[in-house]
Design a protein around this ligand. Sequence first.
Ligand SMILES: [Zn+2]
Length: 281
Amino acid sequence: MGKRFDRLLFPNGAAKVFTLSYDDGVNQDKRLIRIFDRYKVKATFNLGYGVLGHKPEGPFDISKVEKEEVKDLYENHEIGGHGLYHSDLSSLGDPYMMYEIMEDKKELERLAGKPLKMFAYPFGLFNESVKQTLKKAGYKGARTVRSTYDFGLPEDPFELDPTCHHNDERLMELAERFVKERSMRPEMFYVWGHGYEFDRDGNWEVIEKLVSYMDENREGIWFATNGEILSYLEAYRSLEYSVDGSMIYNPTATDIWIATSFDTIEHLKAGNLTRIKETEL
Ligand SMILES: [Zn+2]
């Protein structure tokens, strides 16, 4: 077949993906979702079922949405798990750690009407036992709070490191780099935070500026939830290649796009065998 540099592309041949992740299921998510929907960006919202509806007293409002609101509020986005009571899961004995994960997932799935794919570690804390339990619970990935300041895809989806927090002073510099960079690798720009921080810090304009900039530059970018990205990567890893590279079978229910050279895009349709054209030596 000659020299090839096959690489993953996202749906419709996009080379990049942008995603957001917001924790705790606070009431400010309502305003945040209005902004996200206006600019057609996608986010994953990580909720603790056991604290839904709680309205703690404090210096700023961190009250949680009601259980009855969850389904409709997050409909255009993704619901992820965040532990039943937001405990430090790495500090708990296994039985209780497993309960925090399982009970949260079971109840959120009942509200969402579908299996959950994504989790965010409370306080960003985890250990090997927590990771293994999340896998057995059926999760496909879990987010940390470690900034990469980079756009690489995760090596371990259970240590999914974001690019940066929305309060990072480099936020717009990274957004611009992401939009302008022409890379030979697939790239992901991943921003996270908490909705209540915009009220606390009086800086709603930060997120509006970011997502409006991404919307203006949406050419070649896939806007997806965390779970959609992980499912897509899983499908990509399932591709079956012939030894001579001329045939690729896509056994999944997901259409997949790859590049087989700098400017050749192949659309590998779900459940189909694709014959790859001979490339120049
Ligand atoms: Zn949290």
